[in-house]
Ligand binder design. Structure first.
Ligand SMILES: C[S@@+](CC[C@H](N)C(=O)[O-])C[C@H]1O[C@@H](n2cnc3c(N)ncnc32)[C@H](O)[C@@H]1O
Length: 485
């Protein structure tokens, strides 16, 4: 595995844009995430809304439909795993079965945890307002969900069946008295309430449910669940302290006299679930996260805009692996989130999330010299061409602006093999710095930071990164890059 961000480990079969927003379409689309201002405030710098073709829109809708299907099928896929464990259990000789009798109960508890995770997911889907009319371009053949690579050239403009459906949650009503893995009364109460309701993701067609979504899509949903812990769980505090705190301290040091009237601006490409962008906003910056994955955007939108109170939700993030657990209770432990109420976090006016491909959105002329700071955290190695990322970072920064980076160089496209593979330029840290100097950056702070990414702190295996941290300053007079004529 060559990616620290498994949901976006798009390699052999699926193009990266299937995961999220096709650059051609969402280049200038913005999703404001300021909890109170989403529908009213304009973005800080207005970029022209880009028109897109019917074909592009069809591609986008199909891609989004596939992601919603992955979320919606989370429960079925997870329950299939439990059935697999049960099949293996049944194969045991009687004496071994007797010895491991408690596993039967564990499988019941697992089902209960899965239902709780599914309940959160359904609430999230319910709150999501797709940027498109999802009734369009419904494929007659649901198997097309499995491969979108051809969608650029063939799409159906036929209106399909997109009746609003109710998803019966009756299969969630387990005997909680016995199956609840841990008494967590408050959250369980609210989950029970939800279970009794019919949840109706307005944009979903019945055909999206009960489909065999590709395992890679199911994995992405599971990775999002882990990302929730990183960004919004109390358990994720250690990771946030390792990754986000040094960045926030550096911003604080570099912009000591921040004014409320004219706060400095900071761009966070590859913002994930939005916590770092929110923290930067709370620090007194006009902060903009940029993200192109619908998996991430659907979830961050829900947490940022639809949370009523801290620790409103509880999920069971670690249930999907039986490996490296110290105990079943560790594996089945709950994580409540968000650890803070986002709209009470003291954010600065102008906080926004920009949905779209970094390269596409920030190559726009309107973005030149627009930002006082750019923060990249576990983002640089998502590039097909890291030189292009650095060039754009340099362009969007004002002269004298700063670029703070933290992350490894685990290039996401490094091991795509085959004739029509994605481009991947994989540079050493030394070469990355050379490229940065070429684009007029000077190094001010440089160190290595040990950290993890969406790691299960209680597991017997932890992947640790020696991540590069730096602060570079743009000095336009040093740039050797050709100025555009
Ligand atoms: C490894 S994750 C890091 C997320 C977050 N910065 C963190 O530290 O938790 C990389 C993120 O970059 C996003 N991403 C990758 N390529 C992108 C692009 N070209 N434009 C915008 N976002 C991108 C991915 O969807 C993913 O959310």
């Amino acid at each position: 595995m060559a990616s620290h961000c498994q949901p976006f480990e798009e390699k052999k079969n699926i193009k990266q844009t299937n995961d999220g927003l096709s650059p051609a379409i969402f280049g200038s689309r913005r999703l404001l995430t300021h909890p109170e201002k989403q529908s009213t405030s304009p973005p800080p710098e207005k970029m022209g809304e880009r028109r897109y073709t019917e074909q592009e829109e069809a591609l986008e809708i199909k891609s989004l439909r596939r992601i919603i299907a992955a979320y919606a099928n989370y429960q079925d896929a997870a329950e299939r795993d439990v059935k697999r464990y049960e099949r293996s259990f049944k194969m045991l000789p009687p004496a071994h079965k007797e010895l491991l009798f408690h596993l039967g109960l564990k499988y019941q508890r697992l089902r209960w945890c899965i239902s709780m995770n599914a309940s959160f997911i359904m609430n999230m889907l319910e709150a999501f307002e797709p940027p498109f009319d999802m009734s369009q371009y419904v494929d007659a053949d649901p198997s097309n969900l499995h491969d979108h690579s051809h969608m650029g050239c063939t799409h159906s403009s036929e209106r399909g069946d997109c009746s609003i459906i109710s998803i019966s949650r009756s299969n969630l009503s387990l005997d909680e008295q016995h199956d609840s893995p841990k008494e967590d009364t408050k959250t369980h109460e609210s989950s029970r309430e939800t279970d009794n309701k019919k949840v109706t993701p307005r944009h979903c067609t019945a055909s999206l449910f009960k489909l065999n979504v590709p395992p890679i899509d199911v994995d992405k949903v599971r990775c999002i669940v882990r990302n929730i812990v990183r960004d919004w769980g109390e358990e994720g505090q250690k990771e946030r302290d390792e990754c986000y705190k040094p960045i926030l301290e550096e911003l604080n040091r570099l912009f000591p006299n921040r004014s409320d009237q004219r706060p400095p601006s900071c761009l966070v490409p590859g913002a994930g679930l939005g916590r770092l962008a929110l923290e930067i906003s709370s620090l007194g910056f006009v902060s903009q996260g940029n993200e192109f994955s619908y998996y991430m955007l659907i979830c961050s939108n829900f947490i940022l805009n639809h949370t009523q109170e801290a620790n409103e939700w509880t999920i069971y993030p670690w249930i999907h692996s039986n490996c490296n657990s110290l105990s079943d209770n560790d594996q089945l432990r709950p994580v409540s989130f968000p650890d803070i109420h986002p709209s009470s976090a003291g954010i600065t006016e102008g906080f926004s999330m920009c949905a779209g491909d970094f390269v596409e959105v920030y190559s726009e002329e309107s973005q030149e010299s627009a930002w006082d700071a750019v923060v990249t955290c576990f983002f640089l190695d998502t590039a097909h061409n890291i030189v292009e990322y650095i060039e754009i970072i340099s362009k969007v920064l004002k002269d004298g602006g700063v670029w703070i980076n933290l992350g490894p160089l685990l290039y996401h496209f490094a091991d795509s093999y085959g004739p029509d593979d994605d481009m991947s330029i994989e540079l050493s840290l030394e070469d990355v710095k050379k490229v940065a100097y070429h684009y007029g950056f000077t190094m001010e702070v440089e160190k290595m930071i040990e950290t993890t990414y969406t790691s299960n702190m209680k597991a017997m295996m932890q992947n640790r990164y020696h991540a590069a941290f730096w602060t570079m300053r743009k000095d336009a007079s040093r740039s050797k890059a050709c100025k555009p004529r």
